[in-house]
Ligand binder design. Sequence first.
Ligand SMILES: [Zn+2]
Length: 81
Amino acid sequence: MVGTRVVVRCADCPFETTHDRLRSAREALAAHEADAGHVVDWRIESVAPGVERAGADAGVCGRPECTNADSPLVDPNPDDR
Ligand SMILES: [Zn+2]
């Protein structure tokens, strides 16, 4: 069976957990950073089909809303007439 496997590992102490869901991994990461103030890293070791997209969306903001090319604030020629 192919599943998601995410390892959350702390850079400052032996804290390390393995999760089968991206959500729980993120929660564990945030919780340890909040509790201990440590820098926590995570690594996706394998991803179940369908979850890969969610992981990419979580890591990179590539949504169209974030790149508004029609914004009047970036109009190169505001007085072009
Ligand atoms: Zn730690």
